[in-house]
Design a protein around this ligand. Sequence first.
Ligand code: F0G
Length: 452
Amino acid sequence: MKTIIEPFKIKVVEPIHMTTPEQREGVLQEAGFNLFLVKARDVLIDLLTDSGTGAMSSEQWAGIMRADESYAGAESFYRFERQMQEITGFTHVLPTHQGRASERILFELIGGAGKVVPNNAHFDTTRANVEHSGAEPVDLPIDEAKDPKNRHPFKGNINLQTLEDLIGRVGADRVPAVMVTVTNNSGGGQPVSLENLRGVRAICDRHGIPFFLDACRFAENAWFIKMREEGQGDRSVRDIVREMFDLADGATISAKKDGIVNIGGVLLLRDDALFQNATNLLILTEGYVTYGGLAGRDLEAMARGFEEVLREDYLDYRIRSTAYLGNQLTEAGIAIVEPPGGHAIYVDAKAFCPHIPPAEFPGQAVVAGLYRIGGVRAVEIGSVMFGGGGHAPPAMELVRLAMPRRVYTQSHIDYVAEAMSELHARRDTLRGLRIVDEPPALRHFTARFEEL
Ligand code: F0G
């Protein structure tokens, strides 16, 4: 069958608000052209992020009612811990309030001045947490990842040769961990192959360096492995997921993605001493070990979400519906990062508005234009997000249309494609922007712009 069927039906609905073009113009001006500063009620279709925006199932909501809210030793914690141990094979499971809390604890313990942390592509908070510890984050994507048109099946792979070279150059003692982000969010939501993860493991073994996964979207990554990697098609997603985690020494996870919850995170560790130190930090800043800054109900929702995300009918629908948007854009002549990613479509803003140089933020111009034309909210992943603080401009200027899990239907997506095509037809009218106010770090969240 051609039709992508949502493997669920809708029990609760939430209204979304139409706005007029005049209202949207006012909203844009007031927000300084930064869509993070726009109120959600002024957005019609919100593709800002797939993080914490998913719709929970009736089972998750039922779990919320059944949750144990005890301070210490809550039954909900043990259910969550068992579920994570079963899925990932890790012995030590720490709950945190979200992914960046896991990152902050990890890098406070293993980072520090003089250290270098390689990754296929750090996401913004990971990069910021590595830097905050005093260490230097280094992105080592494969060459194919820098070309939006290249249809390499595993564009998320880390470049094993440059990884080896980097370790040789700085010395293994300065590399506290190699990290691989699955799927690589800042490079197009592209997957990492098992073969590549095995390659990283071998390099880490040779140099005695721990290997960590940033595993926010581990289930989507495993589905791509099943679909695309030689010899993996007959394995279950669970089995592939288990092998991915078996290759690593630890993982940070934002449960707001493949955990399909609105808040939550996980830190997974094998090493007993590191676990002890992480536990101490967790108690200091997040909360006691059996809740880590969350309520018992959040732990229940996570335990169920991590199970539901591994269902293959769900993953088939999920990955195909993201590709559905990508294919519509490509058919309209819009250049995207190919092949379509798992959780998002990334529009190539350099190709969309070649008349706007990177220094005038072509991605932000597309983001503002898309909101203006259709009330759709997207996010820039380019010179605004990664260009501040003296950093060199990134290789690509992208606009991410992130797909919340189980939230929007096909007609919502058709509308987004229509708005994008309409904007593309009028792309000559898009104008570059100039930053008028920015914070010292993570400027994309709060910077204000003016149209040139
Ligand atoms: N790692 C990756 C790859 C991410 O995409 C994110 C969050 C994090 C870590 C941090 O997790 O938000 O729970 O603290 N990405 C969101 C996004 C915000 O929009 O892509 P968090």
